[in-house]
Ligand binder design. Structure first.
Ligand SMILES: [Zn+2]
Length: 528
């Protein structure tokens, strides 16, 4: 007898083909049969009029710390996400190997109730295993963590000895189960590294068959160069490449998305494994201090704060920033989305242009004051992309869907601020907006959210509805599915995602999270 029988659903198996009308039988944590008339189930789910598909795999997630703060991962599980790959953009929860790094992170997350006690992936995994997690989590190791462990936040080039140490750390993280390494080449300390350094460290990733994911050095005017750099790193290191959140930001750069496509397609033409991901919105979100010149990060958080407090340095920074962003339009489109300091809360949801106007101050003065008073914790949303390019990216056969969000919740410490709505809405929105509009077919959209990321990450028996696969399943109403989160009101769960199963356990039912924590830590090369 089956544990669960899902009956009469429209089944998309995760590959881009046609749907099949039928039943799915589950026993324990696995799917044991797909077809018609599979027999009795202890629990029966009537899926008529509903789509049954594999749980969504968020290949570009930042839930590393959210998972420790709140293992329910509400804003993800409620979308139908059953696996997240965290540790993107060069920063991850582990390894944390120097005390300054630990102190900086502890300051960033002060008030969250989280104590950063771990150093290596295995220790981090055991914390997740002890609390339980609502969905499966796999990690990439951040190059920034590795570099910080060896060189702090120095802008110097690594010595041969430094490089050897970095490779050894990467190797240990992959041995402990990381699926690969990520870089964040606009952030500190990733921005200080050359491609030679990255290629060298990636050699440790190649040896364990890992993946390279990159937030590239440029996503604006030089996006073509940035893709070519990423491809060169992957080619020389001999690893597969995931270009993170592919975009051409800034109106003057929108046409340059074609150059990015050409660079990817010439690499795939060579036989390289190069793919990308994208969230279905035209605004990005990151730390507000990314507006500063990169030299402002040199040496770490304390030095960055000292620069922000020094009048002379502020003037130099302002000059450089204004050379890049002279137009009013830019400042209108940079919106403060999260602040930590109570006295700055009034700025959440407002653009830097609006705040500057209100205070009668220059843009840069406002920018520096907020970052300084908020101790580098401020986040922003920046509306800099266009719908036409987004649709082009979604249509590319090598693109997948990734939220680029950290899990939030509509209660507790993770309910603060006005985060980018992608953390609540990404996966339902692809269906509600882009399938409905005809940009993607339903099967195609589901493949980009399931089998494609599973294959890229190297997840065994996930991202598909087939015999022997893990029962990570979403059942949704194709008529009702809608993302509800907006920039003004982001902490809203989607509608129409009715049932979510993780490793054979019903975790969301009638759209409600049941408190079930049946996810597990997924580790590369280690069978669970
Ligand atoms: Zn990123």
């Amino acid at each position: 007898m089956l544990d669960i029988a899902i009956e009469g659903g429209t089944i998309y198996d995760g590959y881009a083909g046609e749907a099949l009308l039928g039943d799915v039988g589950i026993k324990g944590e696995k799917i044991v049969a797909v077809g018609r008339g599979l027999g009795e189930g202890k629990k029966r789910i009537d899926a008529s009029g509903r789509i049954v598909c594999p749980g969504f795999i968020d290949i570009h997630s930042h839930s590393d710390f959210s998972a420790v703060i709140n293992p329910n991962l509400d804003s993800k599980i409620r979308q139908g996400v059953t696996t997240e790959l965290v540790g993107n953009c060069g920063f991850s929860a582990c390894p944390i190997l120097n005390e300054q790094h630990r102190a900086d992170l502890s300051r960033k997350y002060a008030g969250s109730g989280m104590e950063i006690t771990w150093s290596w992936p295995e220790e981090y995994f055991s914390i997740l295993n002890r609390s339980g997690i609502a969905l499966n989590i796999g990690i990439l190791v951040g190059h920034g963590n590795i570099r910080t462990a060896v060189m702090g936040r120095s802008s110097a080039s690594p010595t041969q000895n430094d490089l050897e140490r970095m490779k050894r750390i990467a190797d240990r993280c992959l041995r402990e189960g990381a699926f690969g390494m990520s870089t964040g080449l606009i952030y500190s300390p990733g921005t200080f590294s050359t491609k030679e350094e990255i290629i060298e460290v990636l050699s440790a990733v190649r040896e364990r068959g890992g993946l390279y994911a990159t937030h590239m050095r440029n996503e604006g005017g030089r996006v073509g160069d940035a893709v070519r750099e990423a491809v060169e790193c992957a080619r020389k290191a001999g690893v597969k490449l995931q270009v993170s959140h592919l975009k051409a930001a800034g109106k003057e750069n929108w046409g340059k998305i074609e150059e990015a496509f050409e660079a990817i397609e010439s690499a795939t033409g060579e036989g390289l494994d190069v793919t990308c991901d994208r969230y279905p919105y035209i605004a990005s979100s990151t730390s507000l201090d990314t507006v500063l010149p990169t030299w402002a990060y040199e040496g770490g958080d304390d030095k960055e704060l000292a620069r922000l407090a020094d009048a002379q340095t502020r003037a130099t920074m302002a000059k450089e920033i204004l050379e890049r962003h002279l137009n009013e339009d830019y400042w209108d489109r940079v919106i403060v989305s999260y602040v930590w300091a109570e006295e700055l809360k009034k700025y959440e949801g407002k653009s830097l242009a609006a705040i500057a106007k209100e205070k009668g101050e220059d843009y840069c003065e406002v920018l520096f004051d907020i970052i300084l008073r908020d101790q580098l914790r401020t986040e922003m949303v920046s509306i800099a992309m266009c719908e036409e390019n987004l649709e082009k990216v979604l249509k590319k056969p090598y693109s997948m869907i990734g939220s680029d969000g950290a899990a939030k919740a509509d209660y507790g410490v993770l309910s603060a601020g006005k985060p980018h709505p992608r953390t609540y809405g990404t996966f339902p929105r692809v269906i509600a907006k882009y399938v409905k509009k005809g940009v993607l077919g339903m099967g195609e959209a589901i493949a980009k959210m399931t089998s494609m990321p599973a294959k890229k990450i190297g997840l065994d028996r996930r991202g598909t509805i087939s015999e022997g696969a893990y029962a990570d399943i979403v059942i949704f109403d194709p008529e009702k599915v809608t993302d509800m989160a907006t920039f003004e009101d982001p902490h809203r769960y989607p509608e129409g995602i009715e049932i979510v199963m993780v490793n054979g356990k019903v975790t969301v039912e009638k759209g409600r999270f049941l408190g079930v924590l049946n996810g597990r830590v997924l580790r590369k090369g280690i069978r669970d």
